[in-house]
Design a protein around this ligand. Structure first.
Ligand code: C2E
Ligand code: MG
Ligand code: MG
Length: 471
């Protein structure tokens, strides 16, 4: 028979706080754990590893079972962990929905084996008075180095390393064990530095926009213009030069900004700078169509579309000259606000482009209903195309070619503009052109440059049809 994990009666349960420092799970808390670990390490005891067991998606368990049910769940979980650990080590509560384990050397088996046993024990649901629930865990492992004297990490370092490894396990998708490595510390330090520098950077005007040209390829029927590209648009790409960190690429800082909630301020800056620059160009007669990248998080803000449209209007930029790029994965979780923003933009004449197409889980159904005007093939698919030196069709090349052909066919069938990103070589361009791709972006045709340089290179000598040349 399943034993129900108790739901706590009330916060003021009659317990002796000295005997049970954490009234929830009758276990030592972080502080108690650190003290005992410290003592064990100082007296040369045989601790070999610390494990941090973080419950994945605990928030959804709280929503499912309610606050009391979730507390009961943690009781049940603690009991199950204690059973699995047995005499192998010691269990304690960590912060939030996490547990700490000290694995002793005298124990049979390794930390990996213990982690494996914990994951096996979690395969069965935990019953509480509010219902039962399943959980998976991200398990971080930090190993002590017995016998290495002074090199042996102190208790807090071991606990921290196990927590860092657990975060790495969760970032990798959860439901797995990850051992701590020194590279993780470097990564985390870099991330924390970026978080701090981002906050300052926004206030200090350290961000700028660069513009990359987007070109139409000539038709096969016109061999004389083989090298001629016709500018059909530009994409605004964010650049950050921090006095402390130097140049940091958006591929590194945008995900951090998304995780820490700073993306709203960043996208806001991008919208304002984008509208201002387009306003200047349009006023000077350069009515080049332009794309802006916005994070899926910003689409969750119900006022986003109105804000962008308001900024464009203020700068006297026609909404029809603007395309908003959003990554493919954002189409998966189409919330009410995201759909409303899409529709508002579409109604005003803004085009929607699906960025990095071919790398995420696409909601192909959404491509059908005419909200999307453009798909941009991710450059990871363009990269393996054959180059002049090696003409052999390796499996990588053959696979990419098949996917590219399928995307081009899909685009044609749905009447979408298909842009190939990251085109760096003539061979890639020739292949794409032969397969019917009409629009490219990439270093071959032009890099992202500051607006003044973009104007000089691509706009000033542009009597509408004069081609740019392959560099
Ligand atoms: P994306 O929108 O797919 O942008 C294309 C990226 O590929 C840009 O990198 C561009 O510089 C790079 N690229 C273009 N042509 C080539 C090529 O031929 N070869 C190679 N190797 N790379 C090429 P970047 O500027 O580092 O941006 C990376 C990503 O960061 C962007 O991917 C976009 O998802 C995001 N991002 C950039 N600017 C913004 C922004 O203003 N707001 C938001 N939310 N995201 C942005
Ligand atoms: Mg883009
Ligand atoms: Mg892209």
């Amino acid at each position: 028979m399943t034993r129900l994990a108790p739901c706590p009666l009330s916060p003021a349960m009659d317990r002796d706080p000295a005997a049970t420092p954490d009234p929830l799970a009758d276990l030592p808390d972080h502080h108690g754990f650190a003290q005992r670990l410290s003592l064990a390490l100082a007296t040369g005891a045989d601790t070999v590893a610390v494990l941090n067991v973080r419950i994945d998606g605990f928030r959804s368990i709280e929503i499912l079972l309610g606050r009391d049910g979730a507390d009961g769940f943690l009781h049940g979980l603690a009991a199950r962990l204690a059973q699995v650990i047995g005499t192998r080590g010691m269990l304690a509560r960590g912060s939030g929905a996490s547990f700490l384990i000290r694995l002793d050397q005298s124990a049979k088996g390794t930390a990996d084996l213990l982690a494996q046993d914990i994951r096996a024990a979690l395969r069965h649901p935990i019953a509480t008075c509010a219902g039962s629930a399943h959980a998976t865990a991200s398990i971080g492992i930090a190993r002590a180095a017995p016998g290495r004297g002074d090199d042996r990490p102190v208790a807090e370092t071991l606990i921290r390393q196990a927590a860092i490894a657990a975060v790495a396990a969760r970032t990798a998708g959860g439901n797995r064990r990850v051992r701590h490595t020194p590279a993780m510390d470097a990564h985390l330090t870099r991330q924390s530095t970026i978080v701090q520098a981002l906050r300052q950077g926004l206030g200090n005007g350290e961000f700028t926009l660069a513009f990359q040209p987007k070109f139409a390829l000539p038709n096969d029927s016109d061999p004389d213009t083989e090298d001629a590209f016709r500018l059909i648009g530009t994409e605004a790409l964010l650049r950050w030069c921090s006095p402390e960190l130097g140049r940091v690429g958006p591929a590194e800082f945008i995900p951090i900004a998304e995780k820490t909630g700073m993306i709203g301020d960043i996208d806001d800056y991008v919208m304002r700078a984008f509208a201002r620059q387009l306003g200047r160009w349009h006023a000077a007669g350069h009515t080049v169509p332009a794309s802006i990248n916005l994070s899926p998080h910003s689409f969750e803000d119900e006022a986003m579309a109105s804000r962008l449209l308001g900024l464009l209007e203020r700068e006297r930029v026609a909404a029809t000259a603007v395309t908003v790029e959003i990554t493919e994965t954002a189409l998966l979780a189409m919330s009410r606000h995201t759909i409303a923003n899409f529709e508002r933009l579409k109604a005003a004449g803004v085009e929607i482009s699906v960025d990095d197409f071919g790398t995420g889980y696409s909601s192909l159904g959404y491509l059908r209903n005419s909200t999307v005007s453009e798909i941009k093939i991710d450059r990871s698919l363009v990269l393996p195309l054959p180059c002049a030196l090696s003409d052999q069709a390796t499996p990588d090349v053959a696979g990419s070619e098949a996917i590219l052909r399928a995307i081009l066919t899909l685009g044609r069938a749905l009447g979408l503009r298909v842009v190939a990103e990251g085109v760096e070589t003539r061979e890639q361009m020739t292949w794409l052109r032969r397969e019917g791709c009409r629009t490219i972006q990439g270093f071959l045709a032009g890099r992202a440059v500051a607006p003044e340089l973009f104007e000089r290179l691509h706009l000033s000598h542009r009597p509408g049809s004069q081609p740019s040349q392959v560099a």
